[in-house]
Design a protein around this ligand. Structure first.
Ligand SMILES: Cc1ncc(COP(=O)(O)O)c(C=O)c1O
Length: 429
């Protein structure tokens, strides 16, 4: 793996209060933010404005797959921006064509559309489904309970969590939720208007729950039988995070090694640009030309700059075998988290996840006396305590602490992360 040389700004200022004030006066307060102000990063580490160093096991919620300030990303940005940052999608550019070919190569026969975020990639798939079912009056899309598909109006209608919908009713019609990993429930939920089913291969925001191989294969057969499109939201679990390009490839590799399973659509974003914003969806060949000229568009989708960066991210992952790193070090991590669950059952219920998409499920807050009094969830309190020890993780739900490290995390960094996590767990016994 390439060594990443940190390039911190020449001076470290403690601008914590002034930055907080800029936000409180000028930024819409739609995020519950932690009390941290970051100034720069290098590899798996972030530095706050006081100069404190943090091991970043959250990677911007599964975005910074090559860590921070990776020289190959910097080079791609500089080189491409010297040539061409943007032209309209009224014209062709080579990087977009090459990136589409690389994604098709990794998923299967089909085509790609480029957008700017995960929500927008999913929106494109929702429109594709509506177009597919339009002439038969079919428009309804089934998604899973506890799923997360984005914060746009269609995204919150699609997301199977009430908390994202509250206050924004009425919901956009055409979405219903089914219990995850329950094939019979999917079959029973179908109506004559159903046109698509969308699931995450590994639910992320819902708390790190992988789909079972039987569920994936069963949904494929059900969708074929009923002429329904099967979509996988790979925004968080895709891009080699589980050890394979898409999580369904990882989930099925042992259970169904000879299966020719392919969904009809896959959405991508987050790690695709390693931190540079880009989203995309892939659509399987039979449906690849459904969205014809004039039916779907976005100004910034697939700019030469975004695509050049995404191509570089893929090259680095492939040449440095970071898929293998996520798989092997992920297995080590998972065993260590399981060890914590065995050794400290008063605090940790279990370990969850695949590859570098891991969750530490804590016991209920009420059962951990040192966390019970606070009005904050157990997950947020745990993450806060880890911040004090210089480790970043991401809460999910009330009890799950997510680890979504950069794919190039080093074994000694993983060891440091587990040591700090164990320190917090021990302190809560
Ligand atoms: C599975 C999944 N889908 C969609 C999204 C939305 O992506 P974005 O925030 O880029 O719109 C997310 C974001 O967390 C996600 O985890």
């Amino acid at each position: 793996m390439k060594e990443i040389v940190p390039s911190p700004p020449p001076l470290v200022h403690n601008q914590f209060e002034s930055v907080r004030e800029l936000f409180s006066k000028n930024v819409v307060p739609s995020y519950g933010r932690f009390d941290l102000v970051f100034s720069h990063g290098a590899g798996s580490h972030l530095f706050d404005v006081t100069g404190k160093r943090y091991l970043d096991l959250g990677a911007g919620i599964a975005v910074c797959c090559l860590g921070h300030a990776h020289p190959a990303i910097t080079e791609a940005l500089v080189e491409q921006s010297r040539k061409l940052i943007h032209v309209s999608n009224l014209y062709f550019t080579e990087p977009q064509g090459r990136l589409a070919a690389e994604l098709v190569k990794r998923i299967g026969p089909g085509k790609c559309f480029f957008a700017n975020s995960g929500a927008e990639a999913n929106e494109g798939l929702f429109k594709l489904a509506r177009k597919f079912g339009h002439d038969e009056g079919r428009f309804e899309i089934l998604t899973a309970t506890n799923s997360f598909h984005g914060r746009t109006l269609a995204g919150i209608a699609a997301t199977g969590q009430d908390k994202v919908k509250r206050g924004f009713e009425p919901m956009m019609p055409g979405f219903r939720h089914i219990p995850f990993n329950d094939l019979a429930a999917a079959r029973n939920a179908l109506s004559p208007a159903t046109v698509a089913i969308m699931i995450e291969g590994v639910q992320g925001e819902g708390g790190i729950t992988p789909a079972t191989p039987e569920y994936l294969l069963g949904l494929r057969a059900l969708c074929d039988e009923k002429k329904i499109l099967l979509f996988m939201d790979g925004v968080q679990c895709g891009h080699y995070r589980t050890g394979k390009f898409q999580s369904f490839q990882r989930i099925l590799e042992q259970a169904a090694p000879n299966s020719d399973f392919l969904p009809d659509g896959v959405s991508m974003a987050k790690s695709l640009g390693g931190g540079f914003p880009i989203g995309a969806f892939w659509v399987r060949a039979p449906y690849a030309d459904l969205l014809g000229p004039g039916t779907h568009a976005t100004t910034f989708g697939g700019t030469p700059l975004a695509c050049a960066v995404a191509l570089t991210v893929l090259e680095v992952i492939e040449s440095e075998r970071l898929d293998e790193n996520a798989r092997k070090l992920g297995e080590w991590f998972r065993r260590e988290l399981e060890r914590l669950a065995t050794n400290y059952p008063q605090v940790v219920r279990r370990a969850r996840g695949l590859g570098f998409m891991l969750g530490l499920e804590l016991m209920e807050k009420e059962k951990i006396p040192k966390l019970a009094a606070s009005d904050k969830t157990a997950a947020i309190q745990f993450v806060n305590r880890l911040h004090q020890l210089g480790v970043m993780t991401i809460p999910a739900g009330t009890q799950i602490v997510r680890l979504l490290p950069p794919l190039n995390l080093k074994p000694q960094e993983a060891g440091e992360g587990i040591a700090r996590i164990e320190e917090i767990v021990k302190s809560l016994v």
